[in-house]
Design a protein around this ligand. Sequence first.
Ligand code: P6P
Length: 333
Amino acid sequence: MIPTQTLSRFIHSKRRLYPDSTGELSDLLVSISVGMKYISQMVATAGFKGLHGYTGKTNSHGEETRMLDEEADEVLVELLSSSRHFGLLVSEERDSVIETEAANGEGKYVLAFDPLDGSSNIGSNIPTGTIFCILRKKDLSKPASHDDFLQPGSRIVAAGYSVYGAKTSFVYSTGTGVHGFTLDPSLGEFVLTDENIRIPRNGSIYSVNEGNTCYWSERVRAFVDKLKEPTAAGEAPYSGRYVGSLVADFDRTLRKGGIFLYPTDSRRPSGRLRLLYECMPLAFIAEQAGGLAINGPHDVLSLIPGDIHERSAFIAGSEQEVRVYRKLVHGIE
Ligand code: P6P
């Protein structure tokens, strides 16, 4: 049977549910998926094109940038700036907001993305990915501004991520469920492989960098230790899985259930992951799939970034485990 539900056909079929939709959002998602195809190719061929190395420059966070980070960033900025749907862009790789080709009045949306998350793993063939979220401008009658990125995640209109691994997958939501696609290299198309992904209510895997244990609070340590013990009912302890690439760890948690956690610690009191273009988009996906995503005491989607590169704690996954975490660590039901 030939794969018929390509991404474009699926997105446009969903659009028919909203007769008054302009199709702009559908067009955006297809544009983003084109960028992901380019990046998938770049990642797959980086090894013999000598693109695994560093550029010798540092990004706005003082981190050494890899050639692939820069290449992925440039592909997305060029593609999405010319789409004229976005008033402004934000990339992890750039200090400030990025102007686009949208004339002043154009561009109902703003887009924030991490062009190549996990790129530090690229040399060892560990999965990497692109993460994005789309917000509607606060005032459609005005040109986009920096302030349009400082909105709560509950205002996201679409979000998603890709995983460049053994296969290239693309997972997105526009607020009506989470859908997963796989790139068919022979077609050059993303084909629907998982319609309406639901995260299991609980799981048996926990995902955290245990190298940070000595920096955690006592309560975080107690929570993780508890996962490693057989339960009173005699159930086996959780399995530990940590890739060190957010998209890979999150995607496994989304599909298998359990919990991913990157809490604050004494070294990183504000957290390690980026709120706007890592935590918020993945929180949107987690909630759309029936899971939860918190920064500890608060739902990630209720947070308003104070800065486009703000960091946050991120605990996400099955409803049961995330609720137990919030109760044990923060005393919140
Ligand atoms: P740590 C990769 O550099 C990244 O930004 C995420 O993809 C990943 O979840 C995290 O950092 C890993 O951080 O401190 O465990 O190495």
